[in-house]
Design a binder for this molecule. Structure first.
Ligand SMILES: Nc1ncnc2c1ncn2[C@@H]1O[C@H](COP(=O)(O)OP(=O)(O)OP(=O)(O)O)[C@@H](O)[C@H]1O
Ligand SMILES: [Mg+2]
Length: 127
């Protein structure tokens, strides 16, 4: 099993800073329309390679109006090991990846966390 047990979201979409401390059990996120639920799922989706569940450009995910770039940190637990993952984008640049405090890349991320996201286009499933 694969679990994201710590998540810190900084300057990402509507979230200035959000911290989630999880224990590997399933998670349900609830809140009003526009509260930032899908933004959190999008952040989670960036712990695997690619452009995330909205297929957005890195620059578009920076919190407005600051547009300073964004950063996500998380701990990914696999059955064998736990990894500290950081991924961020600086002011419009492509996103970068660090794994266990070492410069890394999305290929390495894909070796830890491969996820297929099944989402509907613009419908309520994605919100
Ligand atoms: N780059 C950004 N900077 C600041 N705010 C943003 C950015 N991108 C999206 N938002 C804001 O995030 C909010 C939408 O968040 P999100 O899609 O996560 O909501 P939700 O909780 O999933 O809502 P729903 O229940 O309607 O699906 C909107 O208010 C939108 O303006
Ligand atoms: Mg939503």
């Amino acid at each position: 099993m694969l679990a994201l047990t710590e998540l810190t979201v900084s300057h990402f979409r509507s979230h200035l800073r959000a911290e989630l401390h999880l224990d590997g059990r399933p998670v349900a996120i609830h809140g009003n329309n526009g509260a930032g639920k899908t933004n959190i799922l999008e952040a989670v989706s960036l712990f695997s390679p690619g452009r995330g569940l909205r297929r957005a450009r890195a620059a578009g995910m920076a919190r407005r109006p600051e547009n300073l770039g964004w950063k996500l940190k998380g701990v990914l637990q696999t059955p064998d090991q736990s990894y500290e993952i950081e991924t961020w984008s600086e002011e419009g640049a492509a996103r970068q990846v660090r794994i266990d405090n070492k410069a890394s890349n999305q290929i390495a991320l894909g070796q830890i966390c491969r996820v297929v996201w099944l989402v509907a286009g613009d419908g309520p499933l994605v919100g």
